[in-house]
Design a protein around this ligand. Structure first.
Ligand SMILES: NC(=O)C1=CN([C@@H]2O[C@H](COP(=O)(O)OP(=O)(O)OC[C@H]3O[C@@H](n4cnc5c(N)ncnc54)[C@H](OP(=O)(O)O)[C@@H]3O)[C@@H](O)[C@H]2O)C=CC1
Ligand SMILES: O=C([O-])CC(=O)C(=O)O
Length: 262
């Protein structure tokens, strides 16, 4: 049985927690923010809840499902303690100092930081293509206006009054990842798999006609070219988050017990 700790208990975390018994894993600890511990404990029954991973019992893997600040707060301690960490907060790695410190913690602890494919696909092809050399990589994220609530899109366009698609960001993956911590983790994943945070071009669009979270990756290089597009349904508890992001976390944990991994 894989012993799992989860940071945060929002939409992705709850999806993961429900899936754990099916994949031969057990939830043994949840990290919740101060003031939220009692509510999370009530929701979970027997599972231990605390404010810090250092109070956790022995764990095989910790999954950060809580966002950029949580990765900053807890990532180093988890990896330094020798526990593998899966994080959905990929955009936080656009901060080079944070990325370097997490890599250092993993080296010292003998652990690994895993980045699930999240709401996207095609990162395998992109990563392989990068080995041969890439000339151009672009990522376009298109969500219904509701999916951009609480992001800088609110200042750039009138989300409630939109009658047609509006671009509210155009720039590098580094700028997107840092400015849109709850929406552009996929852009960061594309950057890390491909040509890096500064060379990856990003377009973010609020579209009243979009019925799903639509992610598009285009790449050209020595390998040839590809265009990948996915229309992702969102999780019922969070209109920003694609269900596939939660599913990719489940797969990453499940892979630990598999002797054949695709
Ligand atoms: N890689 C990818 O493809 C994707 C990545 N994401 C990332 O995943 C994150 C989570 O998504 P989702 O589950 O939908 O979001 P939710 O808002 O539903 O849940 C986030 C949870 O994290 C908790 N939390 C926030 N900060 C901390 C912290 N410092 N320590 C402990 N708990 C914390 C929140 O608790 P509280 O009640 O205290 O606020 C909340 O329970 C997003 O913010 C985004 O960064 C999302 C979609 C796709
Ligand atoms: O879930 C999605 O569609 C993508 C997302 O929010 C992110 O990358 O942060």
């Amino acid at each position: 049985m894989i012993k799992v700790g989860i940071i945060g208990y929002g939409a992705i975390a709850q999806y993961l927690a429900q899936a754990l018994p099916r994949i031969g894993a057990e939830l043994v600890f949840v990290v919740a923010r101060e003031g939220r511990e009692i509510a999370v404990r009530d929701a979970l029954g027997d599972v231990a809840v605390g404010g810090d991973i250092l109070g956790a019992p022995e764990l095989d893997v910790v999954v950060d499902c809580a966002g950029h600040q949580a990765l900053r707060d807890h990532g180093y301690a988890v990896l330094r303690r020798g526990i593998d960490l899966v994080t959905v907060s990929i955009g936080a790695l656009a901060d080079d100092a944070l990325r370097a410190s997490l890599e250092e913690a993993a080296r010292i602890g003998g652990s690994t930081l895993h980045l699930p494919s999240g709401a996207l696909g095609a990162l395998d092809a992109l990563g392989s293509a990068a080995e041969g050399g890439l000339a151009r990589v672009t990522y376009t994220g298109r969500k219904p206006p509701n999916g951009w609530k609480g992001s800088p899109a609110e200042d750039a366009v009138d989300l409630d009054g939109l009658t047609e698609a509006a671009v509210h960001f155009e720039g590098s993956a580094r700028q997107a990842a840092l400015a849109y911590p709850k929406n552009a983790n996929v852009a960061a994943a594309v950057a890390l798999a491909g040509v890096g945070f500064d060379a990856t071009q990003v377009l973010l669009i609020a579209d009243p006609d979009a019925r799903a979270n639509i992610h598009e990756v285009e790449a050209e290089g020595e390998f040839g070219s590809f265009r990948f597009e996915i229309a992702g349904e969102t999780l019922p508890d969070n209109p920003r988050t694609s269900a596939l992001a939660a599913m990719s976390v489940v797969k990453t944990v499940a892979d630990r017990a598999r002797s054949l991994r695709v």
